[in-house]
Design a protein around this ligand. Structure first.
Ligand code: R2B
Length: 314
């Protein structure tokens, strides 16, 4: 970063591609990030986030708190005794957000719409904070495996919607807007490297991901409240996913995540641990509960390792 960091037009800082928000920041106006429960301006509040280099997101508040604690340990950051990690979101927020040095960890709830609201507000927060445009975004989550056993982490290569297209579709002003959902290949490779190196050595595959807008019918489950296809249809679909499209997992947020980060010209990756192999079962076995703690930490360990090494090298 140069001495003119924060100057309007500084090419090293991140700007949301929205002229209205750009103008608001340049004019020093306030912005209510309603779902984060924060009122921000390009002043001290936002400056607190200027050093962010990684934004890691995941479904549940407890997992994102746990990841913040893991990052504090990995980066050997001491927090004053008794303070612990503090949720930075305001009172009526829908999400939680923690900061561990240059790592921001934020929960996103379930599904593309929930993630999308959080991401709009976090992107604006980084914009107001004049954070670097090189911030990396990583989703750490859980998923159903397609021919991949429980406990294995899938690092996404391509992400598909339910009809095998890498686009996130939205209806804006009565029109269909299709945004390409694209992840960063190098970040994916780097994550794979750290996952498999001696000392970490976790079961991990790189594969394509199908992102569904529903947990049951759209993910070919026959155990939802409705099911209008046969078990054979389900098997044919799974086979097509696996063989024709290299799909190795199903989850519910990667499409909006990949499309929005790509649209904002930011690098992003998706790292999810399998909690059920969908070629074997629809339901998450009760016995899996005993592994959940360990398994859900696996993407966190891989990402913390990458962050630690990248920061050490920088
Ligand atoms: C994985 O787990 C959730 C559904 O149980 C959803 O957020 C997802 O992508």
């Amino acid at each position: 970063r140069t001495s003119d960091v924060g100057q309007i037009g500084d090419p090293s800082i991140f700007r949301v591609p929205n002229r209205y928000v750009q103008k608001a920041r340049d004019n020093g106006e306030t912005d209510h990030l309603y779902h984060l429960g924060l009122v921000v301006t390009a002043d001290k509040t936002a400056e607190a986030f200027q050093d962010i280099k990684y934004v890691c997101v995941g479904g549940t508040p407890s997992r994102m708190r746990g990841f913040a604690v893991l990052c504090l340990e990995a980066l050997q950051i001491k927090v004053p005794t008794g303070l612990g990690v503090t949720d930075l979101c305001g009172g009526h927020a829908r999400y939680v957000m923690y900061k561990a040095g240059p790592v921001l960890t934020v929960s996103h709830g379930m599904g593309n719409p929930s993630l999308s609201i959080m991401l709009h507000e976090v992107l604006k927060l980084l914009h107001y904070a004049q954070a670097s445009k090189d911030v990396k975004f990583i989703r750490i989550g859980t998923c159903g495996g397609v021919g991949v056993p429980g406990g294995t982490t899938v690092i996404s290569d391509r992400v598909y919607n339910g009809i095998y297209e890498s686009f996130y579709d939205q209806y804006i002003l009565g029109k269909l807007v299709r945004r390409p959902a694209s992840l960063d290949r190098k970040l994916c490779r780097d994550l794979m490297f750290h996952a498999t190196k001696p000392g970490i050595s976790l079961p991990v595959v790189v594969g394509n991901t199908m992102c569904a807008d529903d947990f049951y019918e759209e993910q070919a489950r026959i155990d939802g409240a409705f099911c209008e296809f046969s078990n054979q249809d389900r098997r044919d679909f799974m086979e097509k996913c696996y063989l024709d499209y290299g799909i190795r997992n199903f989850e519910m947020e990667s499409l909006a995540f990949a499309a929005m980060t790509h649209h904002a010209k930011l690098r992003a990756a998706v790292v999810c641990v399998v909690i059920v192999n969908r070629l074997e079962s629809d339901q998450i076995a009760v016995e899996v509960e005993q592994h959940l703690e360990d398994w859900t930490c696996r993407p966190q360990r891989i990402v913390a390792e990458l962050i630690k090494h990248e920061l050490m090298d920088s």
